[in-house]
Ligand binder design. Sequence first.
Ligand SMILES: NC(=O)c1ccc[n+]([C@@H]2O[C@H](COP(=O)([O-])OP(=O)(O)OC[C@H]3O[C@@H](n4cnc5c(N)ncnc54)[C@H](OP(=O)(O)O)[C@@H]3O)[C@@H](O)[C@H]2O)c1
Length: 327
Amino acid sequence: MKNIAIVGATGAVGQEILRLLQHREFPVSRLRCFASSRSVGKIVHFKSEEIALEALDEHSLKETDLAFFAAGGTISREWIPRTKCLVVDSSSAFRESAPLIIPEINIHALNTHRGVVSSPNCAATILLMPLFPLHRQYKVKRIVASTFQAASGAGAHLMEELKKETEAFLESRPFSHSLPFPYAFNLFPHNSLLHPSGYVEEERKMLYETRKILEDPEIQVSATCVRVPVLRAHSIAANVEFHKPFSLEAIYKAWAQVPGLKIFEDRSMNRFATPFDATGKDEIFCGRLRIDPSQPNTLEFWAVGDQLLKGAALNAVQIAEQLLLFH
Ligand SMILES: NC(=O)c1ccc[n+]([C@@H]2O[C@H](COP(=O)([O-])OP(=O)(O)OC[C@H]3O[C@@H](n4cnc5c(N)ncnc54)[C@H](OP(=O)(O)O)[C@@H]3O)[C@@H](O)[C@H]2O)c1
């Protein structure tokens, strides 16, 4: 039994971590929950306990064995270097320097940790779960991916805003949105930091995190990330060129053996996974396999996953479960 902390316990990811610790019977002796000063004193529920939210200070994590950080990169950068406990960080703050783990793919890299383990970007996770068994067999050369990302990927506030804006739109009421354009019934290219290359940070993460997790610096990735007015669960259309030839049959076979992956398609009904199908589910749903006739050894597929779960909270809790086995 361990003393556990969640930093960002009121957020979209933090709330799911809290739920999963209970649901997966994580061995918690004492749980402390942290949020911003706005939330101090509010209550969250864990099993039969009521836990009062606290603000972080120098002493907060002294008796903690393992802390989940889900409060954004700034908080991670400020507080993680000051903590002595094990940390699983959902932000991108330490993804370059710390092991970046998807347990199904590269659990062996956990051995190199020095106290901090990072959980990857949500879109990268949803892309890589169906890709890694194929990379092992056919070696990925190049990926062209388009993402359709849900509001919750930007945090609890955008999810709430989308709900309220949609209601206002349907009732023809004015709504002052935080974005420089309407979001309800609209979509927009991902608004993370724009790099001089023309790619935004989210798209660059898909490149760097794919290379790091698949341990292949030669893989080329060109991504276009788009935020759509979906509440929860990201979708990805991927076009992947391999070094070696493959058959669709072999890919279905490989996917069927991967824990955490679910083939979702009914071709007779032209029915493939949607964000509603994936919402609240642990697995990444994939299918709609096609051979791209325009170039050799190239596959098209569709993947959908609840990015708050496998793309964030579930992956973080799975990492923590593995860390506890080592300590
Ligand atoms: N959302 C996703 O799908 C997703 C996926 C992968 C990774 N991530 C990463 O996970 C992290 C959390 O994302 P999120 O979507 O859960 O964000 P969020 O919904 O905006 O939640 C942010 C959390 O941080 C807390 N917080 C803010 N300032 C704080 C402070 N000074 N001290 C302690 N806590 C503070 C907030 O508390 P208050 O409620 O008091 O403001 C809230 O609990 C981010 O780094 C994000 O990049 C998110």
